[in-house]
Design a protein around this ligand. Structure first.
Ligand SMILES: Nc1ncnc2c1ncn2[C@@H]1O[C@H](COP(=O)(O)OP(=O)(O)OP(=O)(O)O)[C@@H](O)[C@H]1O
Ligand SMILES: [Mg+2]
Length: 455
């Protein structure tokens, strides 16, 4: 029996130390060192064991495989992946408990299997019967999908070698363990090692690997940060409590844009795609309230109309509140300062609440103008006509600045039946097409506020 000693590993960078430290000397993060059990002498095997040694290859001789992406038939998923699953790639998918990670992967597996690409679904959390129960509920028939309830990474790799599927799904990486390390499953060392082996195996054997990752209280994937570096693509599956919508986001993608989002609706029969998310997010809009306006956002390559709401109410606090959901609080504070200084609104005694409807977060600067219009609309108790949308960046001088992809935003607004759009004057000058909309070019926030309430 190997002698066991305790060491401390950094959850951010994997640095290990024989004693606990408040700050990681390697990456500088505070409070990131956690206790690990390490064997005094580990019989460590490198992940490359069993494969022939790699030789340097000239770049011109490397064959391209980018064009062979496998589509799973779920358009929202394929788009987030950058156009389909890249062979031999590794993808990590994280999300809150019960959000639907296993559901979406089973549906993806079904789509791939239908295209004649076999899938091995390894579940460390559920038995084969439980997975079968879910599959029946989702209407997944199961030809070409192989199940394995296993937590030993060595046995998973052995089963994969035997079956040689196109995709290996591991649900979840926190349940996998290797007997070469003494830590418990889910510990930093085990998660890093198991993920490293599976990813390496996938690349060498030509199997695409999907790893499900649990998330921590803070919302990041549990385990070492290196996990996100190890894989090619990191997806987050998110949703608001009480809402059936689920949003799949790529936060890292070596083969595609990271701004893409896929929108799904959770039903008893599984996740169904929402091909028209703008319609969904605007469906419960009531026309006659002050302080709301629609913002044509762009997520990746896709425009998406979202409703921005603000509420300004008299504050009885020494420091009035600035609370935001789905928008950056600092940005809202800055916009309030601009409204005070450049548009003469006295917000110093107002609590301001901002909300982006549908659990969407917006981080584009193009949201400045609609945020500002919503705050001013609520402060003045002015109803912005329901057919009005706005986008544009606002500078500290109160000037409205151009933003990218103006045409896509206008197209989406036209498609959803909007009649008036406030946009930066410099964008309006450079439009390459005609739009059946009343375009209101604005140079300054004062102009925007004067225009916004008009029919
Ligand atoms: N019969 C049902 N009808 C409607 N929705 C259901 C039904 N059964 C499950 N669900 C939905 O599926 C979700 C569970 O999905 P799933 O098991 O894929 O989540 P998960 O992210 O894999 O969770 P975990 O982290 O626990 O593995 C539930 O939260 C619920 O919303
Ligand atoms: Mg699950």
């Amino acid at each position: 029996m190997a002698k066991v000693k305790v060491e401390y590993a950094c959850t951010a960078c994997g640095f290990s130390s024989p004693k606990w430290l408040g700050k990681c000397p390697d990456c500088g993060q505070w409070g990131s060192l956690v206790e690990e059990v390490a064997a005094a002498e580990t019989k460590y095997r490198v992940a490359s064991e069993g494969f022939p040694a790699s030789k340097p290859v000239c770049l011109t001789e490397v064959t391209e495989s980018a064009s062979e992406r496998a589509r799973c038939g779920i358009a929202e998923f394929d788009r987030v992946m950058g156009g389909g699953v890249v062979p031999s790639s590794a993808t990590l998918i994280g999300g809150d408990p019960g959000i639907g990670k296993s559901t979406v992967l089973l549906q993806v597996a079904s789509g791939l299997a239908r295209e004649g690409r076999p899938v091995l679904y390894v579940s460390g959390e559920e038995s084969e019967a439980q997975v079968k129960l879910r599959a029946s509920r989702l209407g997944v028939r199961g030809e070409g999908i192989f199940l394995l309830a296993e937590t030993s990474v060595e046995r998973v790799i052995a089963a994969t070698s035997e079956l040689s599927p196109f995709v290996l799904i591991v649900d979840s990486i926190q349940t996998m363990f290797t007997s070469d390390l003494p830590g418990a499953p889910g510990s930093v060392g085990q998660v890093r090692e198991c993920a490293g082996r599976l990813v390496f195996y996938g690349k060498k054997a030509g199997v695409s690997v999907f790893l499900v990752g649990h998330v921590t209280k803070e919302g990041t994937i549990a385990g070492p940060r290196v996990l996100e570096h190890l894989v090619d693509t990191v997806l987050y599956f998110e949703g608001e409590k009480g809402h059936p919508y689920r949003i799949l986001k790529a936060v890292k993608n070596r083969f595609g844009s990271t701004n893409e989002i896929g929108v799904f609706e959770m039903r008893a029969t599984g996740l169904s795609e929402v091909a028209d998310p703008s319609g969904l997010f605007l469906s419960e809009r009531s026309g006659e309230t002050s302080g709301t306006i629609v913002f044509p956002a762009v997520e990746g390559t896709r425009p998406l109309l979202v409703e921005v709401q603000a509420l300004a109410s008299q504050s009885f606090l020494a420091i009035p509140r600035r609370t935001t959901l789905g928008a950056d609080t600092n940005r809202v504070v800055l916009l309030c300062a601009i409204l005070e200084k450049k548009a003469g609104l006295s917000l110093y005694n107002q609590d301001i609440f901002v909300n982006v409807v549908g659990g969407i977060s917006i981080d584009e600067t193009a949201a400045d103008l609609p945020l500002l219009c919503a705050v001013a609309g609520s402060y003045k108790d002015q109803v912005i006509p329901s057919g009005t949308a706005a986008f544009g960046e606002v500078g500290l001088g109160g000037e409205v600045r151009a933003v990218p992809m103006a045409e896509s935003r206008l197209n989406e607004a036209t498609k959803m039946g909007f009649t008036r759009v406030l946009l930066p004057a410099s964008n309006a000058l450079r439009l390459s097409a005609e739009f059946p909309l009343t375009l209101v070019p604005v140079h300054h926030v004062r102009e925007a506020l004067a225009q916004v309430g008009k029919k």
